[in-house]
Unconditional design. Structure first.
Length: 148
């Protein structure tokens, strides 16, 4: 039988796989993100269930067929849950500085640390392999260099 934190982790992954309605059920109203965002915004720009759902939707707009799966975890310690995930999808275009062709397959990994309070995610620390993702999207390369 799954523990409440394990069940919440499954819902967390389902949210990231596009079930945006889950945000209302599993994200605390005063949810806070602790991460560096690709678009340069402060992490405080994403707060509460609606903010997280919008960020997930934006991610799915940039990467078609985006799917997350758990590689390690969940590891539970009191009110903290840690999991390592892998995401796969295809670049959908729209990222300034990316020179990869639309449809380019991408694969990247990350680690989430979630603080659970009253059965909901209150804090979220994200550490993703952004450098690897940016290489796949050919950031900083001239279009001629990406032809190789």
């Amino acid at each position: 039988m799954a523990t409440p934190h394990q069940a919440l982790t499954k819902q967390w992954i389902s949210l990231w796989n596009g079930d945006l309605e889950l945000a209302k059920a599993i994200i605390a109203p005063d949810f806070a993100l602790h991460a560096t965002l690709l678009d340069g915004r402060a992490d405080t720009a994403i707060s509460g269930p609606a903010g997280l759902a919008a960020w997930v939707a934006q991610s799915h707009g940039l990467f078609k067929n985006l799917q997350f799966s758990v590689q390690v975890g969940p590891i539970v310690d009191a009110n903290f849950v840690v999991l390592r995930w892998e995401a796969t999808g295809n670049y959908g275009g729209g990222m300034p500085g990316a020179n990869a062709a639309i449809g380019t397959p991408v694969e990247f990994t990350g680690t989430d640390i979630l603080r659970i309070e009253d059965g909901k995610v209150k804090d979220y620390w994200l550490n993703a392999d952004t450098a690897n993702l940016l290489m796949q999207l050919k950031f900083g390369q001239t279009p001629a260099a990406t032809a190789n």
